[in-house]
Design a binder for this molecule. Structure first.
Ligand SMILES: [Zn+2]
Length: 388
C-alpha cells in the first residue's frame, strides 16, 4: 500500500497523462473509470473539428433536488524544454513532501482533491444531494470547445446546479488565503493608422501616421480607465505591440500599427469600452487627417459572484481546516468560471498557484490533503444547509 492518500495518488496518475491541450492523453479515461466505480453517470462530450476536437467529461451522482457542482480542467500548458526541468514533467515525482510535474498546481491536484472529497463524503453522508462534475480538456488554449459548450449543453438539458466551485489554484502563499469570486474581462485591439508616405525632410508633403497613433494610444498606454469598485481594482490597458511600415530614419511611414489589451471590470462591458475608445480614435484621426482601422477581439466578459451562501460555505470550511480567513479577490487572468457563472453562483478555490505554468511546477502534498478535507467539509455543510 502506498504511504500517500488516495487524492495524492490520483493526482500522480493524472499528471502521468501528458494531456497538453488539445490532448486528453488518458486523463479523462482514468477519471471516468474512477468515477464509474463511485457510481457516477459519465457522459463524454466532444466539441470542435479535426485536430482541434476536444474531449470533455460531465459526470453526475445522486438525485437532488439540491445540487452541488465542481469544475476543473485536465489539460495543461506545454512543458517548454524538458532539459530545463529538474523533475521530469510527467513523472509526478514526490520529494520532501512536494509533488512535481506539469499540472501539479494547475490543476490536476485540484481535480484529484474533489474526487477524493466526494468519495469520503459518499461514505459518511446520507443525503441525496446531487453532485456534478464539469471536466474540460480545453481551458489552457482557446477555451472554445470546453466549458463554454458544456455549459450550453447543461442549460439545454436543464441541468442547473445550485452552486459550483472551480478547483483552480487560487491560494497565493498558503492554502486558504484566497478565494476568487470574480474575474476581469479581456478585450484586445489591433489598430492600423494610414497616412501619406514621404521624405522625412519634407514633412509638409507627407502625413505621418505615428503622430496620430501616439495620440490614439494615449488612453491605452498603461492607463487606468476607472477607479474600480468594491469587488474589482481599476480597469487597466496596456500596449503590447508597435510597428510601422518604414524601418529606416529617412522615410515617414505609410502606416503604423499597434496592439493593446484591456483587462476590464464590471464597470464596463466590451460594447461600452469599444464605443468609448472608437470615439477617441475618430477624433484623433480627424485631427491628424489620417485613416484608421481597428479590429477588436474579446474572449472574456467580467463576472462577479456577490458575497453569499457559496462564499460563506467556502470561508467557513477554510477557516475550520486551515485557521485562515480567506480574502475574496478578482485578480488574475481569465478562467472557465466566466462560463459557469451563466449557470449558477460560482467561485474558485484551490491549492497554492505560485508555480503554475512554470518549470518544475509543484505543490505540497500536505496541502492536497487539506484541500480534500475542505471540499468534503463544504459538501457536509451544503447537506446541512439543504435539510430544512
Ligand atoms: Zn488552470
Amino acid at each position: 500500500m502506498s504511504e500517500f492518500s488516495y487524492a495524492v495518488q490520483l493526482a500522480q496518475k493524472l499528471i502521468r497523462c501528458p494531456s497538453v491541450t488539445p490532448k486528453q492523453a488518458g486523463a479523462l479515461d482514468l477519471l471516468e473509470k474512477e468515477l464509474k466505480q463511485m457510481e457516477f453517470q459519465c457522459t463524454r462530450l466532444s466539441f470542435g473539428e479535426g485536430i482541434e476536437r476536444i474531449e470533455n467529461l460531465y459526470a453526475e451522482f445522486g438525485d437532488g433536488p439540491s445540487h452541488f457542482a465542481f469544475a476543473g480542467h485536465v489539460d495543461v500548458v506545454p512543458i517548454g524544454s524538458v532539459t530545463d526541468w529538474k523533475f521530469s514533467p510527467f513523472d509526478a515525482e514526490i520529494k520532501d513532501g512536494t509533488l512535481y510535474g506539469r499540472g501539479a498546481s494547475d490543476m490536476k491536484t485540484g481535480i484529484a482533491a474533489f474526487v477524493s472529497a466526494i468519495k469520503k463524503w459518499q461514505q459518511t453522508s446520507s443525503s441525496n444531494t446531487k453532485i456534478s462534475l464539469i471536466i474540460t480538456g480545453d481551458e489552457e488554449a482557446d477555451a472554445i470547445n470546453g466549458t463554454a459548450k458544456i455549459v450550453e449543453w447543461m442549460k439545454k438539458k436543464n441541468i442547473l446546479p445550485d452552486m459550483c466551485i472551480v478547483a483552480e489554484p487560487t491560494s497565493q502563499l498558503e492554502i486558504g488565503d484566497n478565494i476568487r469570486n470574480g474575474r476581469r474581462g479581456s478585450l484586445s485591439g489591433s489598430l492600423i493608422v494610414k497616412g501619406k508616405q514621404g521624405h522625412v525632410a519634407y514633412p509638409h508633403l507627407a502625413q505621418n501616421p505615428t503622430s496620430a497613433l501616439i495620440k490614439m494610444l494615449s488612453v491605452v498606454s498603461s492607463k487606468k480607465l476607472d477607479t474600480g469598485n468594491s469587488y474589482f481594482g481599476p480597469t487597466t490597458a496596456e500596449v503590447t505591440g508597435l510597428s510601422t511600415s518604414s524601418n529606416v530614419t529617412n522615410v515617414i511611414p505609410l502606416s503604423a500599427t499597434a496592439m493593446f489589451n484591456i483587462r476590464f471590470n464590471t464597470e464596463h462591458s466590451k460594447e461600452t469600452l469599444i464605443a468609448q475608445l472608437e470615439q477617441h480614435f475618430i477624433k484623433a484621426a480627424r485631427e491628424y487627417n489620417v485613416q484608421f482601422e481597428i479590429e477588436w477581439k474579446s474572449n472574456a466578459d467580467p463576472f462577479v459572484t456577490e458575497e453569499g451562501e457559496l462564499t460563506e460555505l467556502l470561508s467557513q470550511s477554510i477557516k475550520k481546516l486551515t485557521k485562515r480567513v480567506p480574502e475574496l479577490s478578482t485578480i488574475g487572468g481569465t478562467s472557465d468560471a466566466r462560463f459557469i457563472t451563466k449557470l449558477c453562483p460560482v467561485a474558485e478555490f484551490g491549492l497554492v498557484g505560485k508555480t503554475m505554468h512554470q518549470i518544475d511546477e509543484n505543490v505540497s502534498i500536505k496541502d492536497i490533503d487539506v484541500l480534500t478535507n475542505i471540499y468534503e467539509d463544504i459538501l457536509h455543510r451544503f447537506d446541512a444547509h439543504n435539510e430544512y
